[in-house]
Design a protein around this ligand. Structure first.
Ligand code: BES
Ligand code: ZN
Ligand code: ZN
Length: 494
């Protein structure tokens, strides 16, 4: 693992060329390079042990030249480029290389995109794979040597731009992952508000926090009730980004991003049983995706106005905790019969959505939440569930999902689903008496808090917010899902 990744050229950079699987002779496009390196490439390709599977990296007789396997040519996709980047990072790390020129980027098939987009994908893979949770390593941990930095370059200007963008996006994603991994004894609602203020200061965003007392005054029954049993009181965090220059297409637009930020979900009196509570520090990952996106929006100076809302609370048990059977009133006056205190995410989101509609004049809203275990059962960790009332927004998000590899699958929300959420003793209940289709119930419930004429998309990221076993790109823990997706979608709106 490197401490720092940078895009920039270096005279001591090792050149990385690429060959497809099964290449045993120097391809015409690499003849010059082979000559410059005195036939080192030809010798390396002649070795039987090098099969050029995607990500295989091999030495040549010349220290300044490495060969990267690209795998099968027709199997390459933007997705496999990220994987390639991740595997390359491991190869460079193992060899303690401090600077590399990624010449193989110029050789990739045109169908994969231009040099900027392909470089970006490779750099994203490199940046995401270079992340570990090591900030809680104590005295019992043997330290591996951490290399200071890796400088990456590409042979063209668009290539360099792509590398820079890819590293920036990975950095914002890794920032989201770091806060997501911060344990609940440290990361509580107060910590979240402080972190948002710190980010605002560093990135010139405007941060305002609606405190517990203020939330009570404003009738935010969801945030207040879910969070009141914790020592660390709930709040609603708002981060505002106003661009110096607005894109023509984005004039008059205000996009509101909302992220469920439950710093810990015990379930409350509807207590999570067996091992169901373990890992619930990740119940803030919707908010962390939004926070990471704000980091990237400010760094990349996106020409569109964006406001982030993070309703944050810790769902705990105490004498003053809310109960199943309580009836509470939300920010927009809708009354809710609490049938299950473990369906808390929708309660805090409801207030944030109602507040957005009432006070922020949004032209579109996107919310992200680790809302239901049901979506994990339905879609696994392959994609997030999506609900959306606007065809254009659906297309934008699906295109962004395709481009970033952060996949989405649309699920239905019909009037029948909304009717199902009508309660006996209040307007709606937060969870129906039957668990049928409960990810859809979450979306149906939330639809009572968004004005009908506002384009609104909601993503249930419970299955994709973390991985339980290591992959090439992602170590065990939070994935930062949503950061790259949101940026890509926002850029399509500019
Ligand atoms: N935070 C959970 C959802 C969750 C479960 C996320 C597993 C990640 C992994 C959420 O607050 C919750 O408890 N949802 C309930 C909803 C039910 C009470 C309607 C669930 O999924 O069981
Ligand atoms: Zn819950
Ligand atoms: Zn939850």
């Amino acid at each position: 693992m490197y401490k720092k990744l940078q895009a920039g050229s270096s005279t001591s950079a090792v050149t990385i060329v690429g060959v497809y699987k099964g290449t045993t002779r120097v391809p015409a496009s690499l003849k010059d390079i082979d000559q410059t390196h005195k036939g080192a490439l030809a010798t390396a390709l002649g070795r039987k042990s090098f099969r050029a599977e995607a990500g295989d990296l091999t030495e040549t007789a010349d220290d300044s030249l490495l060969v990267l396997g690209l795998g099968e040519e027709d199997a390459m996709t933007p997705r496999s480029l990220r994987l390639l980047g991740a595997r390359l990072l491991r190869g460079l790390d193992r060899r303690k290389i401090a600077a590399a020129s990624l010449d193989f980027i110029t050789m990739l098939p045109e169908e994969l995109g231009n040099e900027e987009t392909t470089s970006q994908a490779v750099a994203e893979g490199i940046g995401l794979a270079n992340w570990r949770i090591d900030f809680f390593d104590g005295s019992a941990r043997e330290r591996n040597d951490v290399l200071a930095s890796l400088r990456l370059s590409a042979p063209s200007k668009p290539g360099m731009r792509g590398l820079q963008r890819g590293l920036t996006l990975a950095e914002s994603t890794n920032y989201a992952r770091r806060i997501a991994a911060t344990p609940p004894n440290i990361c509580n609602p107060t910590f979240m508000a402080q972190e948002a203020r710190r980010l605002a200061k560093a990135q010139s965003l405007k941060c305002t926090v609606i405190s517990f007392a203020e939330a009570k005054k404003r009738g935010m029954g969801g945030i207040v009730n879910v969070g009141q049993a914790s020592t660390h009181k709930p709040c609603l965090i708002q981060l505002e980004y106003t661009p110096a220059r607005t894109a023509k297409k984005a004039k008059g637009e205000t996009i509101v991003l909302v992220g469920k930020t439950i710093t810990y979900d015990t379930g409350g009196y509807s207590l999570k049983i067996s091992n169901g509570m373990k890992g619930m520090k990740y119940d803030k990952c919707g908010g962390m995706a939004v926070l990471g996106a704000m980091h990237a929006i400010a760094t990349l100076k996106l020409p569109i106005r964006v406001i982030a809302l993070l309703p944050t609370a810790e769902n705990m048990l105490a004498g003053d905790a809310y109960r199943p059977d309580d009836i509470i009133t939300m920010h927009n006056g809708v009354s809710v019969e609490v049938t299950n205190t473990d369906a808390e995410g929708r309660l805090v989101l409801a207030d944030a959505l109602a507040y957005a509609c009432k006070s922020l004049k949004p032209t579109a809203i996107i919310d992200l939440a680790t809302l239901t275990g049901g979506v994990v059962v339905a879609l696994g960790s392959w994609c997030a569930g999506m609900w959306c009332n606007d065809d254009r927004l659906i297309d934008t998000l699906l295109d962004a999902a395709e481009a970033t590899g952060e996949r989405l699958w649309e699920l239905p929300l019909w009037p029948d689903h909304r009717d199902f959420m009508r309660a006996r003793h209040a307007d709606v209940w937060n969870s129906g008496p039957k668990r049928d289709g409960h990810p859809i119930q979450g979306a149906a419930f939330l639809s009572y808090f968004v004005d009908k004429d506002i384009p609104w998309a909601r993503l249930d990221i419970a299955g994709v917010a973390r991985v339980e076993s290591e992959t090439d790109i992602c170590t065990t823990g939070p994935t930062g899902f949503g950061v790259r997706l949101l940026i890509d979608a926002l850029e399509r709106m500019c």
